[in-house]
Every structure is written in C-alpha cells, then in structure tokens.
Design a protein around this ligand. Structure first.
Ligand SMILES: C[S@@+](CC[C@H](N)C(=O)[O-])C[C@H]1O[C@@H](n2cnc3c(N)ncnc32)[C@H](O)[C@@H]1O
Length: 204
C-alpha cells in the first residue's frame, strides 16, 4: 500500500523533491516559524521520506529525527544525511520507536497524512497528541480542498486526499490541539492544488 508505493519510487522521489523548499519561500517561512516555537526540545518529522525536510529542520537549529513508513525512503535518508537519526515507523504507532507521552516539543507532518483514509486520521491525531508535550507544536502541510469536502485524487504515488482546513483543524482539536495559525497558498508552477498549512499547539 502506501509503504510499498513509496518504496517503489523512492529514488525518483528523492531526486525530484530534494530542492523543493528552495523555490517555496512561503513554505520555508511557515516551517521557520514552527522551528522558532519548538527550538530547544526534541522534534520529529513524521513521514520524512528521503529526509530533505528533516535536514532543513536541522539546518534551522533543531534537534530533529525522521520517521517514515517506507524502508526504502529511510535507507535513502540515512545515506544522504548520515548525521541524522531516521527510523522506519508509522505515525499512529510512535511508541515502538521510544516516543513516550509528551516526549517531543514538536512534530512536522509535511504531506505525509495525505494518503491516510479519512476515517483513520482521528487515531493519527491522537497519537501525535500523545507524544507532543503540553505547549508543544504540530505543523501539518497538506493539499487543500478549496471550499469542498474531503476529496480523493489520483496522486502520482497512490491515492491522496484534499482536506478543508476547518475539517483538519477540527480533527486536531478533538485530539487536544489548539489552532495557532493557518496558511493557504495558491499552487505554484507545476503544482495542481492549493496548499494548506496548519500550526497547532498541544493543550495542557
Ligand atoms: C509525499 S511524501 C513527503 C515526504 C517528506 N515529508 C517531504 O516533504 O519530502 C509522503 C511520505 O509520507 C510517508 N507516510 C505515509 N503515511 C505514513 C505513516 N502513516 N507514517 C509514517 N510515514 C508515512 C510515505 O512513506 C512518504 O515517504
């Protein structure tokens, strides 16, 4: 499924995505704001793929590690960034990697919830709320539904979903996150959909 799909395109994905943030100043801005909120504590990029965004967080001064479902992605990430810790694992089961309750100051989920069937997302948010400390932050990057409901689409790797910002914010709130900020940006060159970013703080 998702892991197999990403395993089979891992090298190509790594090549195409390595410099993605270079041409995306608004994405860098929101990630930089997240970094300011969580600097000084342990941070995870969950769904890190080949690790370029994790390395970007490291370059922003964070104590960060990466987690991904796809073993091929994690192998590429370890090869490209040998100074960083990368683990195979799933967003809904971070405890097996040693992530205890409130053990993280921050989590970045950058396009890695996009393939999760909507009915499974509440469980994902509950696990993220478990591992993020009170007052810690979660940043989610996703494809936005432009006024519509949750909508599946034919993502190049495997089916993905576009989400209304309010819908995603409600799921996060149900799990114990308070919205701090949201950002929408229109598709850039070669992009299909509007992008959404939600920055949230763990209640407590
Ligand atoms: C579109 S890629 C994004 C990778 C990286 N965040 C980036 O922006 O370059 C999505 C990644 O999320 C991972 N992923 C999907 N579902 C996941 C889950 N439940 N737990 C951990 N990783 C997951 C996939 O294996 C894939 O590497």
């Amino acid at each position: 499924m998702t892991a197999d799909a990403y395993d089979s395109v891992a090298s190509l994905y790594a090549e195409l995505s390595r410099d993605a943030l270079d041409g995306a100043p608004l994405d860098r801005a929101v990630i930089a704001a997240f970094a300011e909120f969580v600097r000084g504590g342990a941070v995870a990029e969950v769904g890190c793929g080949p690790g370029a965004v994790t390395a970007h967080l490291r370059d922003l001064g964070l104590d960060v590690f990466g987690v991904d479902l796809s073993p091929a992605m994690i192998a590429l990430a370890r090869e490209a960034y040998p100074d960083l810790r990368f683990e195979v694992g799933s967003m809904d089961a971070l405890g097996v990697l040693g992530a205890g309750d409130g053990s993280l100051r921050g989590v970045l989920v950058w396009y890695s919830m996009i393939h999760t069937p909507p009915e499974e997302l509440p469980e994902y948010f509950r696990e993220l709320a478990r591992v993020v400390e009170a007052g810690g932050h979660l940043l989610v990057g996703f494809f936005e539904a432009e006024g519509g409901p949750v909508t599946p689409f034919d993502h190049k790797v495997t089916t993905a979903y576009r989400w209304p910002v309010d819908g995603l914010a409600r799921l996060a709130a149900d799990a114990g996150f308070v919205e701090v900020a949201r950002m929408l940006r229109e598709p850039g060159e070669g992009e299909r959909f509007r992008r959404g970013r939600l920055l949230m703080r763990r209640e407590g």
